[in-house]
Design a protein around this ligand. Structure first.
Ligand code: ATP
Length: 559
């Protein structure tokens, strides 16, 4: 089903089914209970209104009070039932939906994290993914529940009217068709166009804003800040215009809904009065019918907004469903037994361009190999291949680790086997301790400090006021390039259990006379670990038992 299909009734039912499939059976049961309680609240509200009308009209005739007792008790009971059912609906519904959301967020994150980095998407995709999961909540609470309640109340009211005055039932059916079918179809079409236009405008704004914030320093230095501020403001204004138009159209539909409901009440009242004048209907039932129509109109009044919401959530539900259900292509459950690497006649394409071609490389268990060569010839690409960061469709030829094809190896098993130490390690906006503990959560402070000392970070550390509790700032903004690299290298010293470490120029910002010593400490931290060391400096390459030169797409020669 495409998002556009959601405009049809079948599409809407299908979408409700798909949204419900995102919940576990237990959550579905609670969502059903919430929808049932919502229906009970809506029905008792409408019945309360109708019965109150009857009671007032009957009381005006000044009958013996005892003859009103049943109606009075019913009115009290309905008032209580309505309040309790509404409270229960909110409680059970939100409890079920928030539980579903928490679980979905974790699944969506796992789905994104499992993808190779290039396949993970931009800030815009991540932004939409977070918003999408939130919108699934709307599908449950703002669409499914009110639509169920409205359908049940409308059918009940029509049956009651049919028993009392068939012509009033016809007027109610007409109101239901206009308010519950025609106007929602209009609202859905507004929702579809508005959601599409809003999505395009919002994406453009997020893209521009992210790019501007990322490059803020360079833009200010180049004097281009004002221009970009204007571009962001224009995108913001365009989004506001789309939202403004959507709000005006929505208000028109809301006005149409109130008008149609009101006309329905007037029609039912007129028919009931005429029937009462003809003696076909007791005068007291006239007000019951009119207020029954009023109550039904109120419940139906939520349908256009619910239908619009349902359409608005269609794309979101489909995207979340894909992220939760889809495994990254080509990854299966095979786990390599060791870290022996074998590459034969390997060809790698990146961005549509061949960057490695005819590559042969062996790395035995426990062996240390250095990769050297000019910039841009594909050294890092080899490292990324070994750690599963390249999409399978970009790799041709033989590429195995522990005898398992690198294109099909299980992502989790590969990351437990191969440790990647990048040139620019990612530091979280957290304490130094938390950033180091990422590599070994059970390491104590003594071990963390030993790792810092081994990478030559002692003088820097001793100058920190809060020691291991020092916050490192967003992306490690409080650290220099060299300090960030030392933290990345300390993580590699702390890490345990890997069969292979890929060191991708992780000491390039350190002074040349220190880099080789620090790298040796990393290599010696786990002597059983084999290593692929990507290096530009000869003294670093000399740490490996064997050096391999990479010279371009078609050549790779052992030295
Ligand atoms: N994500 C990517 N998308 C498209 N092309 C890429 C990507 N990453 C790298 N490349 C291209 O692949 C080629 C090899 O890049 P790679 O980073 O492997 O080279 P390198 O030998 O490690 O270079 P350096 O020594 O400068 O780090 C380069 O031409 C680069 O432009």
């Amino acid at each position: 089903m495409s998002a556009a299909d959601a405009t049809s009734a079948r599409g809407a039912v299908g979408l409700v089914g798909r949204a419900l499939r995102l919940a576990t059976p237990g959550e579905r049961r609670r969502i059903a209970v919430a929808a049932g309680l919502g229906t009970l609240a809506g029905a008792s509200g409408t019945a309360l209104l109708a019965l109150s009308g009857y009671l007032i009209a009957r009381a005006a005739e000044q009958p013996p009070v005892l003859s009103l007792t049943v109606a009075i008790v019913c009115v009290r009971a309905l008032g209580l039932v309505r309040a309790v059912a509404r409270y229960g609906e909110r409680l059970v519904g939100h409890d079920a939906v928030l539980g579903t959301l928490a679980r979905l967020r974790a699944s969506v994150f796992a789905g994104l994290a499992d993808r190779v980095p290039g396949d993970r998407g931009s800030a815009e995709l991540l932004d939409r993914t977070v918003a999408d999961v939130d919108r699934v909540q709307d599908a449950f609470l703002r669409s499914i529940a009110p639509l169920t309640a409205a359908a049940a109340v409308a059918v009940g009211a029509i049956v009651v009217a049919l028993l009392l005055l068939p012509s009033a039932a016809l007027a109610l059916i007409a109101t239901t068709l206009v308010v519950g079918v025609l106007l929602p179809a209009l609202a859905q079409s507004i929702g579809r166009d508005a959601a599409r236009a809003r999505g395009v405008r919002r994406s453009a704004l997020v893209r521009e804003l992210t790019a501007t914030l990322d490059a803020a320093e360079e833009l200010v230095m180049a004097g281009a800040g004002e221009h970009h501020r204007q571009v962001v403001a224009e995108h913001g204004a365009a989004l506001s215009r789309v939202e403004d138009r959507e709000a005006r159209l929505t208000a028109l539909v809301a006005a149409g809904t109130s008008l149609a409901s009101g006309l329905g009440v007037v029609a039912v009242l007129a028919l009931a009065l005429a029937a009462a004048a003809d003696g076909q209907l007791a005068p007291t039932v006239t007000s019951l019918l009119a207020l029954l129509a009023l109550g039904t109109g109120e419940v139906l009044g939520a349908v256009p907004a619910a239908a619009r919401e349902l359409h608005g959530t269609a794309d979101a539900v489909l995207r979340v469903e894909q992220l939760v259900a889809e495994r990254p292509p080509g990854r299966d459950a095979s786990a390599p037994s060791d870290a022996a690497v074998r590459l034969r006649d390997l060809r790698v394409r990146r961005g549509g361009r061949v960057v490695l071609d005819g590559l042969d490389l062996d790395l035995a268990v426990g062996e240390r190999v250095a990769l050297v060569g000019p910039s841009g010839v594909g050294k890092s690409t080899i490292g990324e291949l070994l750690v599963g960061f390249l999409p399978a469709h970009e790799i041709d030829g033989e590429a195995t680790i522990g005898g398992v094809d690198l294109r099909t190896v299980d992502g989790g098993a590969l990351r437990r086997l191969v440790l990647h130490v990048p040139q620019d390690p990612y530091l979280f906006d957290a304490s130094l301790r938390a950033n180091l503990a990422l590599a070994r959560p059970d390491a104590d402070d003594r071990e963390l400090l030993a790792a810092l000392w081994a990478v030559g970070a002692e003088p820097w550390f001793l100058a920190l006021r809060d020691g291991l509790d020092t916050p490192l700032g967003e992306r490690g903004a409080h650290c220099s390039g060299g300090e960030r690299q030392r933290i990345g290298l300390a993580r590699a010293i702390l890490a345990r259990g890997h069969g292979l470490v890929v060191l991708d120029e992780p000491a390039s910002h350190l002074p040349a006379d220190e880099a080789a010593t620090v790298l040796r400490a990393v290599l010696d931290a786990d002597p059983r670990r084999s290593a692929l060391l990507i290096a530009h400096r000869p003294e670093e390459a000399a740490l490996a038992a064997r050096t391999v030169g990479v010279h371009g797409p078609a050549t790779l020669s052992p030295r």
